[in-house]
Ligand binder design. Structure first.
Ligand code: NAG
Ligand code: NAG
Ligand code: NAG
Ligand code: NAG
Length: 283
């Protein structure tokens, strides 16, 4: 304890040395703010655009981990060092878990990607501990980046007024019960479906631009499949959203990203990306 306390003070001292207006917090950890998490996510997006880690370096902890499609990989060998022409970026912020989730789309036919990235930070010095990405591309489930983008731009993911926020627990529970449908016959009935609601799975869209659009269509009827496990979460109350990265055991042990948006406690949107170890995804 004593050692990590000193470590915190030293790290904090280094940070404030060039920012004298920041009040000294001798007895507490550095606060995990939206601004700090957004700055790191911006650096991540800059790195992905450049195809170089440079912009990220000052944000990374010494022992950070890069995980891509559920595997720890060398950060200098993954998609992060491919320069991508990004057409879309949205970042959701979780100050509670000191993490962010960024959705990226690159429609460039030479290098098409739809990427979902969680960034998890240390709570003592706010440095990045883990960059955890599902990077879907050709061969991934229903992959077509430009088609995905064409649906996505019509959706409204505007910030929700604070007086209307759902609790973290409500948002997380809705995502979890949805993820349980494959392995629990009682789960589907417990999903708080809203109307309208639309699912964007790869580039397959259930929405028809109608006020009666439903997300209850075409969900698996076999509830005896292997569970969706190793779930990692990023929850943003101001977006009504939870992103869940997991192991999609029942489809080639794929790497999967499911993001849920709730409005007023009801499910409004679902976005998914599923990558099957470089092979063509199939049921
Ligand atoms: C990385 O270092 C931090 C701070 O020293 C420590 O708390 C953490 O457990 C380490 N993580 C790993 C994966 O080694
Ligand atoms: C993606 O979908 C569009 C239609 O939205 C189609 O014109 C295009 O050929 C598709 N691209 C690929 C690579 O399948
Ligand atoms: C299955 O889902 C129902 C409805 O939410 C829940 O009550 C039950 O505990 C779940 N069963 C398991 C084994 O998780
Ligand atoms: C449901 O999925 C399990 C696991 O994949 C499989 O063994 C079983 O045959 C499936 N049941 C039906 C009715 O398709």
């Amino acid at each position: 304890m004593a050692i990590s306390y000193i470590g915190t003070l030293l790290a904090f001292g280094a940070v404030v040395s060039t920012a004298l207006s920041v009040p000294t917090q001798l007895n507490s950890q550095i606060e995990c703010t939206r601004a700090a998490l957004i700055a790191a996510a911006d650096a991540y997006v800059a790195a992905q655009t450049a195809g170089k880690l440079d912009a990220l370096q000052t944000f990374l902890s010494k022992n950070w981990t890069y995980q891509e499609n559920n595997k720890v990989v060398d950060s200098t060998a993954g998609v992060l060092v491919k320069s991508l022409k990004l057409d879309h970026r949205r970042t959701n912020i979780d100050t509670g878990l000191c993490a962010s989730f960024t959705e990226l789309i690159a429609t460039d036919a030479a290098n098409p990607y739809v990427i979902g990235t969680q960034i998890h930070h240390n709570t003592d010095d706010l440095k990045i501990q883990l960059i955890d990405s599902v990077a879907s591309t050709t061969n991934s489930w229903a992959f077509n980046a430009s088609k995905t983008l064409s649906y996505l731009v019509k959706e409204k993911w505007d910030p929700i007024p604070e007086s209307k926020w759902d609790s973290r627990a409500v948002i997380q529970a809705a995502g979890n019960i949805y993820m349980d449908v494959w392995s629990n016959a009682s789960a589907q009935a417990a999903i708080p479906f809203g109307t309208p609601c639309a699912r964007l799975e790869g580039s397959a869209y259930t929405g028809k631009d109608s006020p009666t659009d439903s997300c209850a269509v075409g969900l698996p009827s076999n509830h005896s499949q292997k569970a969706n496990i190793n779930r990692r979460y990023v929850i943003d109350q101001s977006m009504g959203s939870v992103n869940i990265l997991c192991l999609w055991q029942h489809m080639m042990n794929a790497a999967d990203s499911h993001e849920f948006r709730l409005e007023g406690g009801k499910l409004r949107y679902v976005h998914t990306m599923t990558e099957c170890g470089g092979k063509a995804c199939k049921l």
